[in-house]
Design a protein around this ligand. Structure first.
Ligand code: ADP
Ligand code: MG
Length: 228
């Protein structure tokens, strides 16, 4: 598993010309690594994650995930690539309110038609894995914010993605729930790759690579070396 991001830039067309958002962003990530991006609101964090997640295209530069050049994929190939390679976790969990926790995790499988026994078992396993084995039949309104986010994380894992993209995953949570969700994401990143956009300095400091976004560019945060 690897993610190689080379000199990506993004600008949006506006009435007066072009609005530059990102410029010359590069990094490399491999299996077992996590990376955080911090930066003020409007600095381009979600735009960067959307490009990594193939929801947006970069204006220039390249994204290579597991040796696949994302820009070379056709419109027809992209949804499948996205489904199997990338897991999305958003600040707003985007759970369906009328569905139970288990049904919400099964939703990504519905694109393939009927749910198989293996898929059902996988959804149960994932909910157990995120610590919600006894909440399978609960609806989102009957769960805490942290529990809802853990369902969203379970849902993002149904196809065992190479890359988990988490956009302010703890933004709506109290400190205890945020710690639990952070623990879970970082634990998962040991067998995948994880990119987190966050305002949470504690969560950011726990990832293996740390960047700040500054005037559209990623600046590596130097870690303090603690000498004991
Ligand atoms: P962040 O996630 O760091 O808060 P975003 O990536 O959401 O920032 O947005 C970065 C900037 O890009 C913002 O100024 C936003 O207004 C602008 N932007 C985002 N999407 C579009 C778009 N589709 N068209 C024009 N500008 C956009
Ligand atoms: Mg954002």
């Amino acid at each position: 598993m690897s993610l190689i991001v080379s000199q990506i830039s993004k600008k949006y067309p506006v009435r007066s010309g072009w609005l530059p958002i990102l410029g010359d962003c590069s990094f490399e990530l491999e299996l077992g690594q996590s990376l955080s991006v911090v930066g003020p609101s409007g600095s381009g964090k979600s735009t960067l994650l959307s490009i990594l997640g193939t929801l947006e295209t970069a204006s220039s530069g390249s994204v290579c995930l597991d040796n696949i050049q994302v820009l070379s994929l056709s419109e027809k190939e992209l949804p499948k690539f996205r489904r199997y390679k990338i897991g999305f976790v958003f600040q707003e969990h985007h759970l369906l309110p009328q569905c139970t926790a288990l049904e919400n995790v099964l939703i990504p499988f519905l694109g393939e038609g009927r749910i198989s026994k293996e898929q059902y078992n996988r959804a149960c396993f994932l909910l157990q894995h995120v610590g919600l084995a006894d909440r399978l039949e609960h609806r989102p309104a009957e769960l805490s914010g942290g529990e809802r986010q853990r369902i969203a994380i379970a849902r993002s894992l149904v196809y065992s993605p190479s890359l988990i993209l988490a956009d302010e995953p703890t933004g709506n949570l109290d400190r205890n729930s945020a710690t639990m969700v952070g623990d879970l994401l970082l634990e998962l990143s040991k067998t995948t790759m994880l990119v987190i956009a966050t305002h949470d300095p504690v969560l950011a400091s726990r990832t293996s690579q740390q960047f700040q976004i500054n005037s559209g560019t990623l600046i590596k945060v130097k870690r303090e070396v603690i000498v004991s």
